[in-house]
Design a protein around this ligand. Structure first.
Ligand code: HMG
Ligand code: MG
Length: 304
């Protein structure tokens, strides 16, 4: 079998402080969030998602995002994107100093309703002015699509539905579109087929993979996407995460596991695994539990 080909360097988008902490029952202080984000940037993550400007009634865990964003000591060359579902969120993010935002849609109508309280078409109408306002102010916009490999309410999702939303987000000016397996149901060959389908509308160098690890498939899906030319992957330190509007969605793939797997395979990540492990220990101790990372736990056990 020929060696699978893929990019020689990947970029990790660290989403733990947002996708991870948005789903934590325990209260995490603003100080802890700020320290976590700074440690992740220090570890070499070139993008650390720092919060979400969404309704505090819907997601109370992100209610202090303005304070978090204002207090981070930003490192040059590091992006600190925040989620902004509408103009209200965008205006608040801008006031807090955001230089990059993310709009987040879905390939499933039911999930769109549950997550952001509107249809897919309505969501695109809400995103368009955000993308326009961002472009006018030089703010970069990333796009997300949820439920690309399955929906907790509708089951199977057609790749064509994902392609359609991806094309709309690209047309709005998103510099990158992250394909989210929100409930972690997908498997590698489906992932490869999905990338093929979406690549008809969006070049693979504008795509990212966002895999939750509910069924233990995330790393395999990442490699499948890499084999198709995708070079950007979202991951969450200590495997934190989930989505409050997707029952059963567990954490994102652990950043430690992604960095280990690529580094050992000779693909650069730009991230220092030891410093990443320190960030993982920091947030795990703050939450009072072990990281959800095979690599972090194996290395900790080997150290004893
Ligand atoms: P809505 O109720 O349809 O909005 O919510 P509305 O415009 O009718 O406003 C209702 C209330 O919300 C008003 O307040 C607004 O001011 C307020 P009230 O008068 O009742 O006091 N409001 C806001 N407050 C703060 N920031 C805002 C904002 N907008 C309105 N931006 C909305 C629509 C999207 C706001 C709501 O449904 C919401 O916040 N949903 C939460 C979405 C969310 O954060 N989900 C988790 C992140 S997505 C995810 O995890 C998936 C991802 O990781 C990829 C993957 O894994 O698939 C990205
Ligand atoms: Mg997610």
């Amino acid at each position: 079998m020929p060696e699978p080909t893929g990019p020689g360097r990947i970029r990790l988008v660290e989403v733990g402080p947002r996708d991870g902490l948005q789903n934590e029952a325990a209260e995490v202080s603003t100080d802890t969030k700020v320290a976590l984000i700074e440690k992740l940037a220090e570890a070499g993550c070139s993008a650390v998602e720092a919060g979400a400007f969404v309704s505090p009634k819907w997601v109370p865990q992100m209610a202090d995002s303005a304070a978090v964003l204002a207090r981070i000591v930003k490192r040059p060359g590091v992006a600190y994107p925040v989620l902004t579902p509408n103009m209200k969120g965008f205006d608040a993010a801008l006031a807090a100093g955001a230089e990059e935002v993310a709009i987040f849609g879905a390939a499933s109508e039911s999930f769109s309703q549950r997550n952001i309280n509107c249809s897919i078409a309505e969501s695109l109408n809400r995103f368009r002015p955000v993308a326009e306002a961002a472009a006018a102010r030089g703010v970069r916009v990333r796009g997300y699509i949820s439920c690309v490999l399955g929906c907790p309410y509708e089951g199977a999702i057609a790749p064509e539905a994902v392609r359609e939303v991806a094309a709309a987000l690209l047309e709005m000016g998103c510099y990158e579109i992250s394909l989210g397996d929100t409930i972690g149901v997908g498997a590698p060959r489906e992932t490869a087929r999905l990338i093929d389908a979406v690549a008809g509308a969006v070049p693979t160098d504008r795509l990212a993979g966002h895999f939750h690890d509910t069924y233990g498939q995330a790393l395999a899906n990442i490699w499948a996407a890499w084999g198709k030319g995708v070079a950007v992957f979202d991951a969450s330190v200590a495997g934190l995460g989930g989505c409050p509007y997707a029952k059963g969605a567990s954490g994102n793939v652990a950043s430690e596991d992604v960095v280990y797997s690529f580094a050992r395979s000779g693909v650069e990540t730009g991230v220092d695994l030891d410093l990443l492990l320190a960030a993982s220990r920091f947030i795990s101790e703050a939450l009072g539990r072990k990281p959800v990372s095979r690599v972090a736990n194996a290395l900790a056990a080997a150290d004893v």
